[in-house]
Design a binder for this molecule. Structure first.
Ligand SMILES: C[S@@+](CC[C@H](N)C(=O)[O-])C[C@H]1O[C@@H](n2cnc3c(N)ncnc32)[C@H](O)[C@@H]1O
Length: 263
């Protein structure tokens, strides 16, 4: 099935993850879809185009501003696509059951109780329905973490190093994702990883990189109690970019099917 709605080529993060999601998603015209962590509508618009007017897509996001943005982008298009505010970890019981549940760049937000959150979400699948989620899995930007860790070690920043270790240990792997899907009783479980290289120059370009600054770099700053030290530390790291290039993310897509009744 092809959508007329193209994923934005200029988006070098959401789009490649959405491509991984679509690789696993088995969709049909008329399907009902719940898209969680929908943001501005990647891939909700694409899915709405595929399911057509006989289908329905409910796109939910926890932040009302993201929901408004989705609605603004939508305008009069695809009346069978609805953007609503909601917490994917705590959806109301009276929500209908869906043929498909999708969530691009979503599974990292299932913490801290990932299995519980996944179980709670999969109960909204119809029997025989499919869930496909993506997230940057363990291994993402390992070269950066190794450089940060060795700099912390050289400077004897023990507390910061412990905080970094705790953060790294918390990140889910593809293998854990597979295990959790199976624990939820899902069948035909598939978990795949594809590498994605992120380009950046050194110094400010790295520190203010729109993808890195919003999430991954903030996680390093948060390991420090002293903001001035964090800033000086990160300046040093940013000037040494060549030592931890290429910066590679792992796009992980996890897919499973709920059992059919009587199967
Ligand atoms: C990285 S963005 C992905 C957005 C979109 N799917 C995309 O691929 O561009 C993650 C989104 O998850 C939303 N989010 C985080 N926690 C959530 C939760 N508990 N329930 C619903 N949405 C959540 C955020 O507001 C954000 O819009």
């Amino acid at each position: 099935m092809n959508s007329h709605w193209a994923l934005p080529e200029s988006d070098y993060w959401s789009t490649p993850f959405a491509q991984a999601l679509l690789h696993h998603l088995d969709l049909f015209p008329g399907a009902t879809v719940l898209d969680v962590a929908a943001g501005g509508g990647i891939p909700a618009f694409y899915l709405a185009d595929l399911v057509g007017e006989k289908g329905a897509v409910l796109a939910i996001d926890i932040h009302p501003q993201r929901v408004s943005r989705g609605r603004t982008l939508q305008g009069e298009r695809f009346p069978w696509l609805t953007f609503e505010a909601g917490d994917m970890k705590n959806l109301p019981d009276d929500l209908p059951r869906f043929d498909r549940i999708t969530g691009n760049l979503s599974f990292m937000f299932f913490r801290p109780h990932r299995l519980q959150a996944l179980k709670s979400l999969t109960r909204f699948l119809k029997p025989g329905g499919q869930i496909v989620l993506t997230f940057p899995s363990l291994g993402t930007f390992d070269s950066l973490w190794e450089r940060v860790e060795s700099e912390m070690k050289a400077r004897q920043l023990d507390e910061e190093r412990t905080a970094l270790q705790e953060y790294l240990e918390e990140r889910p792997s593809a293998e854990q994702a597979r295990h959790w899907l199976e624990e939820c009783g899902l069948q035909k479980v598939e978990v795949t990883e594809w590498p994605l290289e992120i380009a950046s120059g050194p110094g400010r370009e790295f520190l203010e990189h729109p993808l890195l600054r919003g999430g991954f770099l903030d996680d390093i700053y948060e390991c420090f109690k002293d903001p001035a030290l964090a800033s000086e530390f990160m300046n040093t790291i940013s000037r040494d970019l060549q030592s931890f290039q290429p910066l590679v993310a792992q796009r992980c897509a996890m897919s499973g099917w709920s059992p059919r009744i009587g199967a």
